[in-house]
Each structure stands twice: as structure tokens, then as C-alpha cells.
Design a protein around this ligand. Structure first.
Ligand SMILES: *Cc1c(COP(=O)(O)O)cnc(C)c1O
Length: 404
């Protein structure tokens, strides 16, 4: 299905330049998706190993998600949290069955889930008789989103430049350096530590063995809460329902978004009752968060996660893809390291990853580049072995080429 001719595409890009705030610099426009494939305005097909940045885990336009959204749109789209939304109860029950959590607050995005988690942590400490515990400790090289609290916590200086001042009392320490986190916690003023069990934007870096366990214990000794940001690594992506389950360490609060709505914009923070209870009526709110339409999407996705055993699929296919990547790329001079967990891979190069991303796109494969030198692969969890083989063939062609 060709949506537009080349000249119409050129017109579209010219108009985008005219009317859109230039925060992105895209070179193709996607107009349709199905499973692990998407099509651009000229009818070109791509194998999608980015999945809307780890969002479309059930594949594009999964019939079950499409049907749930269509149906709900014709029943009740929005009504405000002033009224109880039955779909929220169902979604929260499903989520809490899968993890440590007992109660859930739904948001519209990942950054909002992070903001809510930070507010909850500070309010919990204040309410528990520790108003001095207001500091947030986050990892260097982390990513938590683009709102003020979230960029402050994001331990990547380029995101702060020219946007200051940042939120007060947020400190950064090296990811995986337990002693550095213990030293911060020993200062006695920490409300919460926040960490991605697998750093996403930072270049697909899983927590080192023992780090999360040690951090959990140190937080408990200091009375600080532990927040896991599973916005990118959660919900089956790493081969378990939640990434922290690989290490058997549970947080006090977990943030989710990306895959949660199967492509519909929605996020959440999940926590324990004894912590959640400090957010009594009026203390935190959202107009859109958790609305009936979003909840229809979340419930459809969570049903698929269980029915289609997406986490196990990610674990199995992750092993297959890892083997293929190793065989094709190990030893190439441009490749420094292949890292990942489940279907979340980073191929660290010796040079910039952006040209590889663009060359793959030219050959019909969508991947992303992150942390300057890392090619990120986060395909839909419903891909098959043939898709993996095809992607690896293209990656090899591109990365082995002299220009890469
Ligand atoms: C994407 C992401 C966010 C921000 O989510 P948005 O929906 O873009 O606000 C936060 N944390 C992590 C780990 C992410 O990958």
C-alpha cells in the first residue's frame, strides 16, 4: 500500500520542517505496521528491531489490542479519576499478580511515572518522621525521562546543559559501584535510590552480579526506598516479566511505561500498600492517567503477555539471537562488545553507531543508536528466528563494511 509518491513525501518533510519544533531529525515517515514489520510513505517495508523504542512488544497492530481499543473507544473513552475506572482495577490486579507490587498509579508516560515515584518517596519519608531524607541518588549514565525531576535524575550531563537549575538534592554515582552508593546512603539524607536494572539509553548495560542485592541491603540499613525504573527493561523484554526478577531483588517502587499499553501511551508506578498509603486523596493526580481507553490497551497487552508467554519467548529468542550475533559479529574490528538480556541487545562499536543505524535503515532494518557508540536492538517479542537471521545478516553486512 503506497501512501504517497516521492514528491508528496518531500512535501511532507518540508512541511514538518516548517511546523514542528525541531527536536527530532527523521529521514523516513512510517505509516503502517503489522507484527514485526512497518511501511513508510513510499510503500517500503522495514523489519522493525526498534519497536517504537521497546514499546510494541506484542508486534504492531496486534488484533487483540486493536480490538480492545476500538471497542472501548465506542463505549467510554474518558471520564476523569473523580470516578472509579473499572479497567484500572483489572489492570492493577494483573500487574500486582506478576510482581512484588500491591498497588498501582497509572500515568500517561514514563517520565510521569518517575515524577510520581519521586514524590511518593519524599512524601513517605516526610510522613514517616524523616523530613531530612529528601535526597535522590541516581546512576551516572542513567536515563529517566525529560521532565524536570526525571532529567535531573538522568545521569547524562548533555541532557542538563542550558536547562538548569535542576531539581535540588539529586546526586549521581557510578552504576554498579556499590561502595559509592553505600557512601551516599551513609550520609543519612537519602529518600530513595533509583536505578534501571538494565540501563537502556545508557547503552544496554545490565546490573553487575551482586549490585542490586547490595543496594537493596544498603537502602534498608539507611531507611531509604529503592526505585527500579523498568520503563524500558520491564514487561517481558529481558526474558522475565520484570528485569529485577533475574537477580531476585525487589524494589519498593517500580516504574513502567513503554510496552505497557501495547503502543498506547500509558505508564505506571507500582508499590507496596504501606508506602502507597501516604498518597491520600488530593495529594497526587492526573487528568488523563489511567483513563478507560488506556486501560483497555493495558489489559489487552497484559493478557497477551501471559497468553502468548512473551517473557519466555523473549528468553528463548534472546538466546537464539545472541548466538547469531556472536557468530556473525564477534571478532569484527568495529565491534567492541555485544551485551544484553532477553531481547534487549546493545552492540558496542569502536566508532559512532549512527551511520550503522542509517545504513541498516537503507537495507530495510530499523535499529537505533544510543550512547553514541551502541547499536540497540529491542524488537517486538513476537519476532521469529527468520526475522532474527535476516536482521543479523543486514547488521553484519553493514558493520563489516569498511565505512562502519
Ligand atoms: C523511555 C524511558 C523513560 C521515559 O519515558 P517517557 O515515556 O519517554 O517519558 C524513563 N526511563 C527509562 C528507563 C526509559 O527507557
Amino acid at each position: 500500500m503506497t501512501i504517497a509518491s516521492q514528491s508528496l513525501t518531500a512535501e511532507l518533510f518540508a512541511a514538518a520542517k516548517e511546523y514542528l519544533v525541531p527536536t527530532y531529525a527523521p529521514s523516513i515517515a512510517l505509516v503502517r505496521g503489522e507484527g514485526a514489520r512497518v511501511w513508510d510513505t513510499e510503500g517500503r517495508e522495514y523489519l522493525d528491531f526498534l519497536a517504537g523504542i521497546a514499546v510494541c512488544s506484542a508486534g504492531h497492530c496486534h488484533p487483540k489490542i486493536v480490538e480492545a481499543i476500538r471497542r472501548q473507544a465506542g463505549i467510554l473513552m474518558h471520564c476523569s479519576n473523580v470516578y472509579l475506572i473499572p479497567g484500572q482495577v483489572e489492570a492493577a490486579r494483573r500487574l500486582t499478580r506478576l510482581c512484588f507490587g500491591e498497588q498501582v498509579f497509572f500515568t500517561n508516560s514514563g517520565a510521569e511515572a518517575i515524577e510520581g515515584a519521586f514524590k511518593l518517596a519524599r512524601r513517605f519519608q516526610w510522613k514517616s518522621g524523616h523530613p531530612e531524607r529528601t535526597a535522590l541518588v541516581a546512576a551516572q549514565n542513567s536515563f529517566h525521562g525529560r521532565t524536570y525531576g526525571a532529567i535531573t535524575a538522568t545521569g547524562t550531563p548533555k541532557y542538563h546543559e542550558g536547562f538548569g537549575p535542576m531539581l535540588p538534592n539529586v546526586r549521581h554515582v557510578p552504576f554498579n559501584d556499590l561502595a559509592a552508593w553505600e557512601a551516599e546512603l551513609a550520609k543519612g539524607d537519602v529518600a530513595a535510590c533509583v536505578v534501571e536494572p538494565v540501563q537502556g539509553e545508557g547503552g544496554i548495560r545490565p546490573a553487575a552480579e551482586g549490585f542490586l542485592r547490595g543496594l537493596r541491603d544498603a537502602c534498608d540499613r539507611a531507611g531509604a526506598l529503592l526505585i527500579f525504573d523498568e520503563i524500558q527493561c520491564g514487561l517481558g523484554r529481558t526474558g522475565k516479566d520484570f528485569a529485577h526478577q533475574h537477580w531476585g531483588v525487589t524494589p519498593d517502587i517500580m516504574t513502567l511505561a513503554k510496552a505497557l499499553g501495547g503502543g498506547f501511551p500509558v505508564g505506571a508506578f507500582v508499590t507496596k500498600k504501606r508506602i502507597a498509603e501516604v498518597l491520600t486523596p488530593g495529594l497526587h493526580a492526573t487528568t488523563f492517567g489511567g483513563n478507560p481507553l488506556a486501560m483497555a490497551a493495558v489489559n489487552a497487552f497484559l493478557e497477551l503477555l501471559e497468553e502468548e508467554r512473551l517473557s519466555e519467548r523473549a528468553a528463548d529468542l534472546g538466546m537464539t539471537l545472541r548466538g547469531m550475533l556472536r557468530e556473525a559479529l564477534d571478532g569484527l574490528p568495529a565491534v567492541k562488545e555485544i551485551r544484553g538480556l532477553g531481547l534487549m541487545f546493545g552492540i558496542e562499536l569502536t566508532g559512532p553507531a549512527k551511520p550503522v543505524q542509517l545504513a541498516c535503515q537503507e537495507r530495510g532494518l530499523l535499529v537505533s543508536s544510543t550512547a553514541e557508540t551502541v547499536v540497540r536492538l529491542v524488537p517486538p517479542l513476537v519476532i521469529d528466528e527468520r526475522d532474527c537471521a535476516r536482521a543479523v545478516t543486514i547488521l553484519k553486512e553493514v558493520i563489516a563494511a569498511p565505512a562502519a
